[in-house]
Design a protein around this ligand. Sequence first.
Ligand code: HEM
Length: 366
Amino acid sequence: MHKNKGPVYYGDYLQLPKLLDSQLPLSRKYADSTNGECHDEMLFIVVHQVYELWFKQIIHDLDSVLSVFKKTYIPEVELSSIVQKLERIQKIQGLLIGQFDVLETMTPMDFLEFRDLLIPASGFQSVQFREIEIKLGLHTNDRLDVDREFFMGRLDEKDRAHLTQVEKSPTILKCLEGWLERIPYTNMEGFNFWSEYQKSINDILKDDQDIIETNSAHLSDRQKQIQLENLKLTRETFSSLFDETKHKDLIEKNQRKLSQKAILNALFILLYRHESMLALPFQVITGLMNIDENFTTWRYRHALLAQRMLGTKIGTGGSSGHQYLKRAADNNRVFLDLFNLSTFLIPNSRLPKLPVEVKKKMSFHV
Ligand code: HEM
């Protein structure tokens, strides 16, 4: 434990003079005899600054997660520290989403009083927001055109150099892929889980087909045909899981990001999440899904805020405003592969039984 060598003063420790002297409304600077300072600009600045402080904490925690996650061997105790950091990020995101309620106490007309003074500054220039996106795994090529062109182009040289550097570093998505690929249980001696799983799927799909065919009395020929075609599509979706060529094709079309092995192992974790050895890996996966979902919720809330304040006006950064933000919310998903795994979940009762030896290994049995 460190020991301090002198008394500490609250305001000095927290650098409060610097912090509390950092809210400088432009409407105060440009106030004249006709236009005074806009009261709500203070709220606008404080809310943005609070966001940036929380972004700083998220980056701090993501860096800690990355420092462990990029290792080729991650001991149990370090995995639980990852889970704990991911949980903290989720709690912070709850605050980030809730804060819009405070900002929305400002009316659009109060905002308009000072908005033009901000041009061309924009959230596009939030370097920390971009850093979070990049560290999670959002690649430049995944961005919408306007985002790709505008965000780097609107930054000063120092910020651009910083983000270019960040883009060269490992991302959570890449680390997740490597970690998932190393999970050992699906192909252990004398047991190939995936051939067992495929058998279960075939049985389930066969049952579905029987139901359509035997219940066909109340279906017209057309209805029966539609149901059988849908079943064929389901079969193809399942086969894409095991077919390497189809998987590569989906990666090229940017519809999948993780390797086939990583996806299969993530699915195994979801299917057998109740086994002791998989409890923490399951929490890593759900933590990342929650973070992805929370950012998407944040983006939707922010898009609605922009619509409420601006209607269909363009943003100060030059984008189409609400329309762009809404599209970015749909587009900028990092862990979509994990969400799509639900397609391949099956009921517990149809899960292949794990051999005793495998079960022992997965329950800390010596
Ligand atoms: C009156 C309140 C706000 C309005 C009207 C607004 C509007 C907009 C608009 C229109 C954009 C698109 C870029 C552009 O053309 O400028 C944008 C981007 C952005 N804003 Fe806001 N914003 C507001 C508050 C906030 C707050 C409080 C934050 C918190 C940090 C924030 C963070 C961002 C970020 C990070 C982006 C880039 C998002 C992306 O490209 O995906 N905004 N904002």
